[in-house]
Design a protein around this ligand. Structure first.
Ligand code: ANZ
Ligand code: ZN
Length: 810
């Protein structure tokens, strides 16, 4: 019999699937649609097994739903603009474009080799003018709707990458790419007004039933809605008022000082002359720190006294005013009432600066709380309100301040507007023109795309200006409104803009009139299954949701939410660390394919653990997967050693097991439990091995073999295609109908088991026909009669004749 040779069969089928366009789809179908999508990758170079996990998972989904009878859209593309490509290009001294397209070709080849299939006719590449034309179009739509604006703003500046970074790209005060400490600098920048959608983005999370709770919580925290009171303090000996925002107005009697952010406009005005030098020096230093650095709670609190006092609005007592960098200028009003007894940051500050700490809420009225106490409770030290529940006092004090006219209830969001300009070459130019007469003028739609010029000197300038500013032919243009000489915007769009709408483009990838037609989007959207890394839980997903909502409001998108179901897969580790090129611990696609074949690699990845769990690469695991495929091959193709012997009971047993397996595999795939689905098929094949040895290739055996091939086909597509064809079936296994099970067949059969103790019948129990010895024993030991005759004696021996007798010896 022919041996299993993946190196021969895999390329053969890959070529055939590709030529036959097996996964090419159109909207003309009588089947229901299913849109599955794996987050499109940065074309960063070679793929390894860590990346492959993601694509393999996506491939199983696409192949399964196709067999299930859906019209499956399963596209692929490249998040090809952006800093990673550019940094690598600078390092390797090649043009980003060349570097990018070379990597795309290489990655495509690797996906191909792994048997991962797509509708390649829908490939999109973010750096291609026919794609970024529409990214620019989307920018203009937002501009038109007042959702894109320019303002001078302090920005995170990476001195190494020489560029401005979005807040999200600053991790622990360091650049997410190169890890250098980030500085603060002021620039004119473009923003998208995502804050206008804060409430929608929050509220609609509730409609996303099939998203992981963890991801929804992360988005919720990022949006950070809070309800509180905004009110003002008067300043002693001054007409100035200090507005503060608090979510805990119930702690008002515990206020012992007030803090201004270093950037607060009143700092200079209210600081007493003898304190001014020290305060201004502090302000200068604080401005260089990133927000994250300032908020890090482990850091020791710093600050300075202004020499001035605020008047407590209820007690009329003076409280000192400090400037401290743990208060941010960009949140609330940029100033706070400090309550050290009930806020840990204020507590640390008060301890360090020796300020009074007055507890005003306690969980137990007979005892003082342990400080800082941040929960609710009962009021103390709060005058006439003592004994009241703090939550009631919260409402009361808000009403009181409102009626006194010194404060009002307010909703705040932590979410900031989205900084979208980058002072980098490798991105879509922002389609804006600056005219000396007309000011900011959007590039007319018919002039799109604003093409990125071919530049050989694309390195960042280091002044904060984009390298495009060095190209007069690009910069100098005419005003589209008045014709006067004008300048183009030289910043490019952040890559998160490119990736915030690509899933729409797949629905209509060749449209040259609009980014996508409403009709096609209506057919395909929303994405039914979106799969990707947890690292995109906040930004990419939030930005995509935002752009979808804007396009919905503008009448282009038929849906308000782009992704119906979200799955975040785990990471792949090797030698205890994340598999990554930089750590030198990768297992390459080429190595796996050459030595074991794609099917073995796929089977290992899918079988080793549930897809959401992190896995450790294991050579033994790979060997095990390979052994299984070899065994399965022989099971299917090798002749039996015995002539077929049809035993009706045994045939029934095989069929029952088969139908149970179909049910389990089907349910497990739909619930992303690929590992247990595969385990169930393995269990079935073990049974089939025994059967073949004792009963030969009977009709039930042949039936079970054929169905097992179908059940395995989404996981290991090549070997199953080959075996399917070897058995003389019609091509392709992947276009067959997914097997269904007969509910009658899997009904539990109940049998009565006789229980003997020391050879004497003592009881009878009803059990499932396929119950194991342990299960039957457990049930037996619970019976009163059995307990009586066992009389607490030690059981020496157990013999179980399945479905008939359980014998115990004591
Ligand atoms: C007094 C207070 C007492 C507070 C207490 C908390 C606990 P969230 O819930 O995240 O919205 N805060 C307000 N503006 C701030 C700023 N610009 N920088 C730093 N902190 C600021 O947080 C609101 C709380 O964070 C506010 O409520 C304020 O401290 C602080 F027992 O006011 B609280
Ligand atoms: Zn003009």
């Amino acid at each position: 019999m022919k041996r299993y040779n993946p190196q021969e069969i895999e390329p053969k089928w890959q070529k055939k699937w590709n030529e036959d366009k097996l996964y090419h789809v159109t909207e003309r179908s009588d089947k229901p649609k299913y849109y599955t999508l794996v987050m499109f990758p940065y074309p960063s170079g070679d793929l390894h097994m860590g990346h492959m996990r993601n694509y393999t998972i996506g491939d199983v989904v696409a192949r399964y739903y196709t067999m299930k009878g859906y019209n499956v859209l399963n596209p692929m593309g490249w998040d090809a603009f952006g800093q990673p490509a550019e940094n690598a290009a600078i390092k390797h001294k090649v043009h980003p474009k060349e570097w990018t397209y070379k990597n795309i070709a290489r990655m495509k080849e690797q996906l191909f080799k792994m048997g991962v299939v797509y509708d390649w006719d829908r490939e999109v590449t973010a750096c291609a003018p026919d794609y970024y034309k529409w990214t620019q179009w989307i920018f203009l739509k937002l501009y038109e709707r007042g959702l894109a604006y320019r303002k001078k703003a302090p920005a995170n500046w990476c001195p190494t990458c020489k560029t401005v970074l979005a807040n999200e790209e600053v991790i622990d005060g360091k650049c997410w790419r190169c890890k250098s400490p980030v500085e603060r600098r002021e620039f004119e920048q473009w923003f998208f007004k995502i804050t206008e959608y804060a409430e929608d983005l929050l509220k609609d999370l509730d409609t996303l039933e099939h998203w992981p709770e963890k991801v929804k919580l992360m988005q919720k925290n990022w949006i950070g809605k809070s309800e509180g009171l905004e009110f003002y303090f008067e300043v002693e000996g001054s007409d100035e008022k200090i507005y503060v925002y608090t979510t805990r107005p119930d702690t008002i009697y515990g206020v012992t000082f007030v803090v201004l952010a270093p950037e607060h406009p009143l700092v200079e005005k209210i600081t007493k002359p003898e304190y001014l030098n020290e305060v201004m020096e502090y302000v200068r230093q604080a401005k260089n720190k990133s927000e994250l650095e300032r908020l890090t709670s482990e850091k020791e609190k710093t600050g300075v006294f202004t020499g001035s006092y605020a008047i407590h609005p209820l007690t009329k007592q003076p409280v000192p005013i400090y400037v401290a960098d743990y208060v941010l200028a960009t949140y609330g009003t940029g100033a706070i009432m400090a309550v050290p007894a009930h806020d840990s940051r204020d507590y640390d500050f008060a301890v360090k600066f020796n300020l009074p700490i007055i507890p005003v809420i306690t969980p137990d009225p007979d005892k003082l709380p342990e400080l800082p106490y941040e929960e609710e409770g009962v009021m103390i030290n709060s005058g006439e309100y003592n004994g009241m529940k703090s939550s009631d006092f919260w409402k009361l004090i808000v009403e009181k301040f409102e009626s006194l006219g010194i404060g009002k209830k307010k909703v705040q969001y932590r979410l900031r507007d989205w900084l979208i300009s980058r002072q980098r070459y490798w991105g879509a130019p922002i389609p804006i023109i600056y005219c000396p007469n007309c000011g900011i003028v959007p590039v007319p739609y018919e002039d799109l795309p604003v093409e990125l010029p071919e530049l050989s000197d694309f390195e960042p300038t280091g002044t904060g200006e984009s390298p495009l500013a060095k190209v007069p032919e690009f910069v100098n243009t005419k005003c589209p409104k008045c014709g006067a000489p004008a300048r183009r915007e030289t910043d490019t769009l952040a890559t998160f803009v490119d990736s915030s709408w690509y899933y729409f483009r797949y629905t209509d990838p060749h449209n040259d009139k609009e980014p996508f037609s409403r009709e096609k989007a209506e057919y395909w959207m929303p994405v039914d299954q979106y799969t990707g890394g947890i690292e995109h839980a906040v930004l990419h997903l939030l930005y995509s949701r935002f752009i979808t909502k804007v396009l919905y409001d503008a009448g282009y998108s038929p849906v308000r939410e782009p992704f119906k179901r979200l799955f975040t897969q785990g990471m792949v580790y090797k030698d205890g660390q994340i598999m990554s090129k930089s750590l030198g611990n990768i297992v390459s696609v080429d190595y796996m394919v050459e030595n074991y074949g794609a099917d073995t690699a796929r089977l290992f990845i899918l079988f080793v653990a549930p897809p959401e769990v992190d896995i450790e690469w294991s050579d033994e695991g790979v060997e095990g997967a390979n052994r299984f495929l070899n065994r399965f091959w022989r099971l299917v193709l090798d002749d039996a050693e015995v002539e077929p012997k049809v035993d009706e009971e045994q045939e029934k047993l095989i069929r029952r097991k088969l139908h149970k397996t179909i049910k389990k595999v089907t349910e497990d795939i739909e619930n992303f439990k690929f590992n247990t689905a595969i385990a169930a098929i393995m269990e079935l094949t073990n049974l089939l091995f025994d059967h073949k040895r004792n009963f030969g290739r009977t009709p039930a055996f042949e039936e079970a073999i054929k169905t097992s091939i179908l059940l395995l086909s989404p996981f290991v597509p090549h070997i199953t295609e080959e075996l399917w064809s070897e058995l003389g079936n019609e091509y392709s296994v992947h276009m067959q109908k997914w097997p269904s099970y007969d509910p009658e067949m899997i009904k539990e059969e109940i049998v009565t088991v006789v229980i003997q103790i020391n050879g004497r019948v003592r009881d009878r129990i009803d059990v499932n026909a396929d119950a194991t010895q342990e299960e039957v024993l457990r049930l037996a030991l619970d019976r009163e009669n059995v307990k009586k005759y066992l009389d607490n004696k030690e059981i020496k021996k157990v013999v179980y004749v399945p479905g008939k007798i359980l014998s115990l010896y004591v």
